[in-house]
Structures are given as C-alpha cells and as structure tokens.
Design a protein around this ligand. Structure first.
Ligand code: AKG
Length: 327
C-alpha cells in the first residue's frame, strides 16, 4: 500500500468553498475540509444511531442471541463488542435503513447545501443513496474495493456531476480504514470497467483497469468532510483497531439531471427518458427528493415524516445491468 497522505486538506470554511478549494476539487476530484461540521451538526445523528444500536442489542439479548447489550461502552466501542458475538446489529443498520429526523436534518444541513450548491447549482436533489457505515474491526464487509460511484449508477448519468459527501462520525485514520482516492483520475470523464466478484457485495475496478496514478490515503477527523467527484476512484481497507469507524456518505445532484424526485419541471429540465421508462433517475432503486430550491420552494421536502414516506413508498427498480462477474 502506498504511503502517501492527503495533500488536499484545507481549513474550515463557512460552507462555501474558496476559489482555491474549488480549483483543488476540479484538479484532484476530491477535497477534504476539516472542521466543516461542529458537534451540534453531528451529535443528533450519533444519538439516533446509539439509540438504535441499544434497541437492537436489547432485542437480541431478549432472544438469547447476545450475552449483553454492552451499554456504557460508548459509541466507538459498543458495536465492536456486540459484533464480536454477532454481526446482526451491524448488518441491520448498514446502508440506508436508518432514516430518522436527525439523519434527515444532516442531509439538509444548510452548510452542506451551501457547499453542494457550488457543484450542483441552486436546485438541489438529495439522494436516498446515503449510507451509514459502521466499519467493524476485522469484518469482511468493512473493506470497500476500488470503484467510482458512477459505476453503480445508470450509464446515462456518467457525465453528470453528482457530489458525494463522506463524513466520519469518529476520527477516520489509516488504521481504522479511512478512505483512499486516486487523485485526478476523474479528468478522463469516463467510467472505467467495473465488475462483481463472487459472493462479494461490492463492485470493483479490476486491477488492470485502475488508473496508473498513486493512490492517496485520506484521514479525516470527526467534524471534517471529504467531498468526492462521482468519477473519482476510491476505496477503503480493513479496520485493524478495536473500535468502529463510523461514517456516512451522502449524495447531491442538480434537479436538472435525471431524477425520480416528484418535482415539476422547469424549462430546459426536460430530461429525455432513454428507455421510455419514466421517471428515469441516476440511481433508480432509491428515492430522490428536493432539498433546496428557489424556483419551486413548495416542493422542497422539509419534514422528516415526508422524507420517510417518500423513501418507504418509492417503487424502485434495478439499475440497467452494466457489469459482469469477474473471473
Ligand atoms: O466508507 C467507506 O468505507 C466507503 C465509502 C464509499 O465507497 C462511498 O462512499 O462510495
């Protein structure tokens, strides 16, 4: 593994990036902003997660599947202790299954939306493709192989700008499995070949297809955020510590792009449906929703209950098959 560390780490901004930061993002395809969030931004989501871990652990104890709940071990340790006995709790909260009010408020955090506006413009769609990732020590699900986020999406969105915001809820370090990126690789404007490996949950870029550039290790402290272009190859490796590397990743795009959000269309936003299936979206399995708009403010989702309803009632369908099993 190369030893480089991130060179694109810049100090706190108020949510809007400086020209230098925008230039770095454009050049490298990623940017770290330390101190982007304060505790007040993150703690409600952490509280929501902790309550859910406690609730699910208590259920398992009652069913005789866990010896104790490990309450009192703290956010970074409790799930690691539980997972040494069973991975049922970790697996059940992985991905987008938690969608409480604090998660909704984090997704529409005004600082975050100010920043997303720099990349996506003023009409902002948030995606339900947000993930909560408790990277458990030495758990096979923990490592995420090299991929571009666009590899998971419809090919007709390959040229679209979709911003990923990766935010650690604890300090993310090389040891606990922080992110790695390949800087500048997004500049080709292309999605490289991906594929599946048998019994693996993630897409992977085969070794021979990886851009010939040195990967960079990107540690980010709690409160910081890593902003990623959708064509930037990234990965994360094992957690060799005894604590959980908690993180979330959120995604934003312009409302002018294909989206399954139930919004009225503005002139110029009539996105044609490539297969005649409407509505089309960059990631059809999950629901999009409008989080900021001056052109159609009445359609902005402002209530957590509405956010939950949209997600629950979404009739998703799979992404058009694009990749095959690798040998
Ligand atoms: O959090 C991780 O370890 C991987 C995240 C990731 O691959 C993503 O956000 O696309």
């Amino acid at each position: 593994m190369p030893a480089a560390t991130s060179s694109a780490t810049l100090p706190r901004t108020a949510g809007v990036l400086s020209p230098e930061q925008l230039e770095r993002f454009d050049r490298d395809g990623y940017l770290v902003v330390e101190g982007f969030f304060d505790d007040g931004d993150l703690q409600p989501a952490i509280d929501e997660i902790e309550a859910e871990v406690r609730r699910r652990a208590a259920e398992l104890v009652a069913q005789g599947k866990l010896s104790r709940t490990y309450d009192g071990e703290g956010f970074e340790r409790q799930l690691a202790k539980i997972s040494a006995e069973t991975d049922a709790v970790a697996k059940s909260i992985w991905n987008g299954t938690l969608c409480g009010p604090a998660f909704f408020n984090l997704i529409r955090n005004p600082k975050l939306l100010d920043l997303a506006e720099s990349f996506c413009g003023p009409e902002i769609i948030a995606s339900s493709v947000y993930r909560l990732r408790p990277k458990i020590p030495n758990h096979p699900y923990g490592a995420v192989p090299w991929h571009q986020d666009s590899g998971y999406m419809e090919a007709y969105c390959d040229k679209a700008m979709i911003l990923t915001v990766w935010l650690p809820l604890v300090d993310a370090t090389r040891e606990n499995g922080c992110m790695w990126v390949i800087p500048g690789a997004h500049k080709t404007g292309a999605v490289v070949k991906h594929g599946y490996r048998k019994n693996q949950p993630y897409l992977v870029i085969p070794e021979a297809e990886l851009p010939a550039r040195e990967p960079v290790c990107v540690p980010v402290k709690k409160g910081g955020a890593l902003f990623l272009h959708n064509l930037t190859p990234h990965a994360s490796f094992d957690n060799s510590t005894e604590t959980v590397r908690w993180s979330m990743d959120l995604r934003y795009q312009s409302a002018a792009l294909p989206t399954n959000a139930k919004i009225s269309r503005l002139p110029g936003e009539d996105v044609p449906s490539p297969g005649g299936v409407a509505p089309i979206s960059c990631y059809p399995p999950e629901a999009d929703f409008l989080v900021r708009s001056s052109a159609r403010p009445d359609e902005v989702v402002r209530e957590a209950k509405e956010f939950q309803r949209i997600r629950r009632e979404h009739l998703g369908h799979g992404v058009t098959p694009r990749w095959s099993l690798l040998g």
